[in-house]
Design a protein around this ligand. Structure first.
Ligand code: NAD
Ligand code: SER
Length: 312
């Protein structure tokens, strides 16, 4: 049995990733780990431990003693929260990564997944169909940490043969778990407000296009990347991955098509500058060519599923 540890398992991605990994590998094979004292109900079908990604010795001891073979390291501060606490964001987003990379370098771990983000790009990056390899000058502490993380992942692969894999996730949209402090969170909140109040005030302007993805695609893509034969993984920094791309006004229109009368207003805040520095859309042809990635959900399909499931 391959033993898998998911650190940061109670968050937006971790919740759904643990469920999907348990469906694939069995409940007992996938240990959920997070800072909480107790396991959330949704993850109670398998093992849970309280684990601090910043406690290097605790993480090392657990991985070695439990003979963990794969780690998905999800613990991080996201873009908006990181701007409010840059020192801690840098610490959290980098230190846990080194602990895991070192465990793999020493032969304890066979495979690592560590997520990057569209935040690695910046205002000097070509914004439309942003290529895999291009100018990357991120202007947020979150983006700087993700870009540095990518470089270290590639370095550990090239120098020490570490099998590390990564995706530059776009903004992720889900209904089983809530987002945790990102600039793309509006695209989840809007569905809750549409259902509960019939109106929404957006913290980004009407015409701010951003790359987004429905969570089902993100989880499937993550597991497909991790299951692909090593020789197919040509990029050891992080793969561009595209789902759909829209502005708040376009998203509101799709919601109005299914929920007439829904209203949207705009009150941009500090997150506008972050969004303005990120791409509008992403070219994911390398992921398609190397390991067969293809998104299943466009904006319309995602909106339908979200409106059907949010708040149930
Ligand atoms: P989240 O904020 O929803 O969840 C993070 C989880 O990590 C939380 O449950 C939190 O309690 C836990 N955590 C925080 N500090 C910890 C620590 N010291 N030890 C153990 N656990 C700790 O984040 P998410 O949206 O699930 O994102 C997961 C990863 O994916 C992050 O690296 C993030 O940068 C990346 N990512 C997310 C998105 C997105 O849209 N959600 C997009 C791009 C990249
Ligand atoms: N959804 C993330 C954020 O907004 C992108 O990495 O921070």
């Amino acid at each position: 049995m391959t033993k898998i540890l998911v650190i940061g398992s109670c968050g937006q991605i971790g919740t759904e990733l643990v469920l999907a990994l348990r469906t694939k590998f069995g409940n007992q094979a996938v240990v959920a780990a997070d800072l909480r004292d107790t396991c959330p109900e949704i993850l109670q079908d398998g093992p849970y431990i309280k684990l601090d990604a910043l406690d290097r010795e605790q993480v090392r001891a657990y991985v070695i003693e439990q003979k963990i073979e794969q780690v998905y390291l999800l613990a991080a501060l996201l873009s908006a929260t990181a701007e409010k606490n840059p020192d801690f964001a840098w610490k959290l987003n980098m230190e846990g990564l080194f602990t895991i990379l070192d465990l793999a370098k020493e032969g304890y771990l066979k495979k690592i997944f560590w997520p990057s983000s569209i935040a690695v790009f910046g205002p000097t990056t070509p914004a439309d169909q942003t290529p895999q390899h291009t100018v990357m000058e991120p202007t947020t502490v979150y983006g700087i940490s993700k870009q540095a993380g990518e470089r270290w992942c590639e370095y550990y692969h090239n120098k020490f043969g570490v099998d590390v894999r990564s995706i530059r996730y776009p903004g992720l949209i889900s209904y089983k778990s809530l987002p945790g402090g990102g600039t793309t969170d509006y695209a989840v909140d809007i569905f809750y407000k549409a259902k509960s109040e019939g109106k929404f005030t957006c913290f980004l302007s009407a015409d701010t296009a951003l790359p987004m993805m429905f969570m089902d695609d993100a989880i499937r893509g993550t597991i497909e990347l991790m299951e692909a034969p090593a020789e197919k993984i040509k990029i050891r920094s992080a793969y561009n991955l595209a789902g759909c791309s829209f502005t708040p006004a376009e998203l509101a229109q799709e919601i109005q098509a299914l929920q007439p009368g829904f209203e949207i207003n705009y009150a941009p805040d500090f997150r506008q500058a972050i969004a303005d520095s990120w791409p509008n859309s992403i070219d994911d042809s390398h992921a398609s060519k190397d390991w067969g990635w293809k998104a299943h959900f466009d904006t319309k399909a995602m909106v339908k599923v979200m409106l059907e499931n949010v708040g149930l």
